[in-house]
Design a protein around this ligand. Structure first.
Ligand code: IMP
Ligand code: MG
Length: 185
């Protein structure tokens, strides 16, 4: 079955269209470009795998010079439920000390992943540390985390597409959609 047909079976509704996402990404890139106009050595750190599409689109819209790096984190999950324990699977290639770091994350749910990442990064003494998140589910928060640039707030649903997955599927759908509850509960 084609990806689109398979997705349609699993999806409740499209929450954010390709056009809406593109418009918001342009706005965020404009804001970030203004804020970092005077910053030398800006590095975007994308959190794999979920942020790879968002980061690619955002970075290409920035008008300020920047580097791109990645980390991979894993939360110990039970299905779609985070247990709160996070570990680093892959660190950045280059050091972040004394550099302006912008973390690029796909989604913040309980906040545990971002909380772990920010604590880890702060200890490395970056020149500055900010966070850009495409999607936040505020109702789900267990720890408060700093978000400097936010794309969208959404209700408590499991989302897929534009980098977001369910069991490593649906990542490359061009829009963001909510899965049917019976698929993930
Ligand atoms: P947190 O640690 O609970 O904030 O969860 C963060 C991570 O869980 C994100 O970086 C995603 O990888 C994953 N996640 C949370 N909610 C969703 C969702 O609705 N769709 C896909 N992945 C999600
Ligand atoms: Mg993520």
């Amino acid at each position: 079955m084609a990806q689109e047909a398979r997705a349609r079976e699993a999806i409740e509704r499209v929450l954010l269209s390709e056009e809406e996402i593109a418009r918001r990404v342009r706005e965020l890139a404009g804001q970030i470009s203004d804020d970092y106009a005077d910053a030398d050595d800006l590095v975007l750190v994308g959190v794999l795998k979920g942020s790879f599409i968002f980061l690619a689109d955002l970075a290409r819209r920035l008008t300020v010079p920047h580097h791109v790096d990645f980390i991979a984190l894993s939360s110990y999950n039970r299905g779609t439920v985070s247990t709160g324990a996070v570990r680093m699977i892959m660190d950045t290639r280059s050091s972040i000390s004394n550099r302006h770091v912008l973390v690029v994350e796909d989604i913040v749910d309980t906040g545990h992943t971002l909380d772990y990442l920010l604590r880890t990064f702060r200890a490395r003494n970056p020149a500055s540390l900010r966070v850009c998140v495409l999607v936040s589910k505020p109702e789900r928060r267990q720890v408060e985390v700093q978000i400097d640039y936010l794309g969208f707030e959404v209700p408590d649903m499991w989302l897929v597409g534009y980098g977001l997955d369910y069991a490593d599927r649906f990542r490359t759908l061009p829009y963001i959609a909510a899965l049917k509850e019976e698929v993930y509960r």
